[in-house]
Design a protein around this ligand. Sequence first.
Ligand code: CIR
Length: 240
Amino acid sequence: MVHGLSAAGLGRPDYGKALEQHAAYVEALRGCGLAVIVLEADEDYPDSVFVEDTAVLSENTAVITRPGAASRRGEEKSMALALAEFYPKLGRVLAPGTLEGGDVMRAGDRFFIGLSGRTNPTGAQQLAAILQRHGYETVLVPLLKVLHLKTGVSCLGDNRLLACGEFLAQPLFSSFDVIPVPAEESYAANSLRVNDRVLVPAGFPRTRQAIEHAGYETIALDVSEFRKLDGGLSCLSLRF
Ligand code: CIR
């Protein structure tokens, strides 16, 4: 992972520290009541720890993505093998479509799909068609600045979003209650609701307080080494 893609300008991750942070993340998920399967490291792909980008999952659908970053193309192969155990059939995003799971945010039975530098309209439409066939509603969201949709907005459930920057004024989100994330805490816009709790990145007290004020119990986790590679809490797992 020390060779992963990075635009954050925060330096290279410390591998030992990243392993510790990853272990704490896994423990936190277990503490929230989840069973966690930790996959083997895939040494061919330095960004493969960000497993969220390789698939989009729901109760009855699993779609294997086709990452938009050339260096990440192929990460999805080991994820397809892992998921074949749980889903009888896997859908696929096919060339020339590209899509990364970080661009997909579920809110109830609606999936918002970001059109980003990584997810092109063809990929987004392919995913939307599969999800619609399974009864979900889909909404495409054009992105302006952020890497992925969920870099700047997360759904906490209960019709509530945590949002920052370009998403604060996004009309597609106007029916939600939005907890605004201040610009200097933008990294915390990627927080993760897991059962009764919300995992938040450590070091962003205003956002944590706002989430608690809205009635959620939070768990702060230090993910500094993953932040150096532009990845957040949601990117490190696929929940299903
Ligand atoms: C990348 O640029 O693809 C990785 N360094 C970070 C991916 C983060 N994933 C996510 O937001 N879902």
